[in-house]
Design a binder for this molecule. Structure first.
Ligand code: BG6
Length: 513
């Protein structure tokens, strides 16, 4: 079939933001993500005039409700979760185009009804409409939805043309390598790869996209972005929230599946990949896959193990005492689910050989903060060797992904005075100061990119499989071990001792972000 990644709406990191006339169908219309993220994202796109003139939103769910009721639910979601207040005029225009179709996910007849409704919209508008299917259901029904999109012919609408059908698929994309492969196979029997958009919402974050701009639009970084100058890299995705009301999901998942396999690995790939030949989807994703392939298998046992895992115990967060994981609602009293994971990765290629990449993520940590900290080697020689006079730190470049978005660089400076003394100082760039704070949410960018057909910020099938290939042996090992070797950490701390030991073995330490 024609290469749909080369159509006129697509320009890598999107120069051109025009989408063809579109119907977005959300499977899982009554779900949490739909209310919190998807509907507010679509509303904000409408607010910014980024939706095509002919645009429809169809909620699809099991519950039979009239269009009007879904419109009310959508308005409620915008009021509660949108970054902007609901503007009556913008909403009135969108509400008229917000519809609902009810049916089971394994009910072919319901998909035929959906197809008929879409055909009706085409007749009404006199336009060919691109269909974007957004699968935001629990993973148990991914397969029947995909199959029915195939059986009803919906998947093949305008195939090979820029406005061919597209499918966005939410996480979790599999729970190990085998299931991710099965899901990729199921998708590929119905859709061609350029029609498939696997979401990792971290890629939609402004700061994550800025990482590519910083790396490749500034000539000063590339010459030093390698093992000759960099000592190690630390990637932290720390959350202050606990498992909240999601134990049902989280007990089956744990931190490695929930955060490391996807979000943190993506941050690593963007930090470590080679410069792509262009910013289009395939070039960027080729480089990400290449660097993921260069990561060595993790050592799982013994003193040089590359992995640590732990569960939060009780502690204090924001001045309040909080429960430990095992005391949370719907958590098994003997649960071995990790709420924290840390990895030490070695990338065996010319650029990174010998540079450890440390990854960590956890819930109930001291603060919510995500950052990538690149630590450079210390200045050689003995010009400033006298420890009492010369306080020196290693140069560290930190990309603050969230919440205080920015970029900082630690340098050593002379303390003003007649005697030469030094102290580390921090140069800080803050997004909010330079650009203001009302930046688009990740989902706005990703929904728009999918409508345009730009897959740059989505995960390709081989990419997700490679990442699972690295994580699956770790998961299998942990499952086999049960609670043996599972560390704990006080809620509100920066994590377990075993994660500190992972770095100490190399003479390194986690930095406090
Ligand atoms: C999701 C995880 O993918 O990311 C959640 O399932 C986590 O457990 C969330 O809380 C974090 O996202 P963000 O954008 O708030 O950092």
């Amino acid at each position: 079939m024609a290469d749909a990644t080369r159509h006129p709406f697509l320009h890598g990191l999107s120069k051109h933001r025009g989408s063809p006339p579109t119907v977005i169908v959300i499977f899982g219309a009554s779900g949490d993500l739909t209310a919190r993220k998807l509907i507010p994202a679509i509303y904000n796109l409408a607010h910014d005039g980024l939706l095509p003139a002919e645009f429809f939103l169809i909620g699809y769910g099991r519950k039979p409700i009239p269009d009007a009721e879904f419109q009310q639910v959508a308005a409620g979601a915008i009021r509660e979760f949108s970054r902007r207040e609901l503007n009556a005029e913008v909403w009135a225009r969108l509400a008229r185009r917000t519809l609902y179709v009810s049916g089971g996910y394994d009910e072919k007849a319901a998909f035929d009804r959906l197809a008929a409704r879409i055909a009706g919209l085409e007749q009404e508008t006199g336009q060919q409409l691109q269909t974007l299917f957004y699968i935001s259901t629990p993973p148990g029904v991914f397969a029947p939805i995909i199959q029915n999109l195939g059986a009803s012919g919906l998947a093949r609408r305008y195939l090979g043309q820029p406005h061919q059908s597209k499918v966005v698929i939410e996480k979790p994309f599999g729970r190990d390598l085998a299931s991710a492969r099965v899901l990729n196979r199921e998708l590929s029997t119905v859709f061609a790869e350029p029609q498939v958009f696997r979401i990792d919402h971290y890629l939609g974050k402004e700061t994550v996209q800025d990482l590519l701009v910083q790396r490749f639009a500034n000539a000063i970084f590339e010459p030093i972005w390698n093992r000759n100058f960099i000592e190690h890299v630390q990637i932290t995705v720390a959350e202050q929230v606990g498992v909240e009301a999601r134990a049902g999901y989280y007990e089956q998942s744990g931190c490695l599946r929930d955060m490391i396999q996807n979000h943190t690995m993506q941050l690593l790939a963007l930090t470590a990949m080679e410069p792509p030949v262009s910013m289009d989807a395939e070039s960027v994703r080729d480089e990400k896959v290449k660097v993921l392939k260069a990561i060595e298998p993790l050592r799982l046992d013994g003193a040089r193990s590359d992995v640590a895992r732990a569960q939060y115990a009780e502690g204090v967060i924001a001045g309040r005492p909080v429960r430990g994981y095992l005391q949370e609602a719907d958590v098994a009293p003997t649960s071995a689910t990790e709420t924290y994971a840390a990895l030490r990765l070695s990338i065996n290629n010319w650029r990174w050989h010998g540079v450890p990449f440390y990854l960590r993520s956890g819930k109930h940590l001291a603060r919510r903060v995500s950052e990538i900290a690149v630590r450079f080697k210390r200045a050689p020689g003995s010009l400033f060797a006298e420890a009492e006079r010369f306080q020196l730190a290693a140069n560290t470049l930190a990309f603050q992904i969230q919440p205080d978005e920015g970029l900082s660089l630690i340098l050593n400076a002379k303390i003003p005075g007649l005697e030469t003394r030094t102290q580390p100082v921090k140069m800080n760039f803050k997004y909010a100061t330079t650009f203001g704070s009302n930046t688009p949410e990740a989902y706005e960018r990703l929904v728009l990119d999918a409508m345009i057909g730009d897959g740059t910020l989505f995960i390709r099938g081989d990419e997700t499989e490679r990442s699972w290939q690295l994580c699956t042996p770790v998961l299998a090992h942990w499952q086999e071990q049960g609670r043996t070797g599972l560390d704990t950490y006080a809620s509100g701390s920066w994590g377990p001792k075993s994660a500190d030991a992972l770095l100490a073995a190399n003479g390194d330490a986690w930095r406090e972000p």
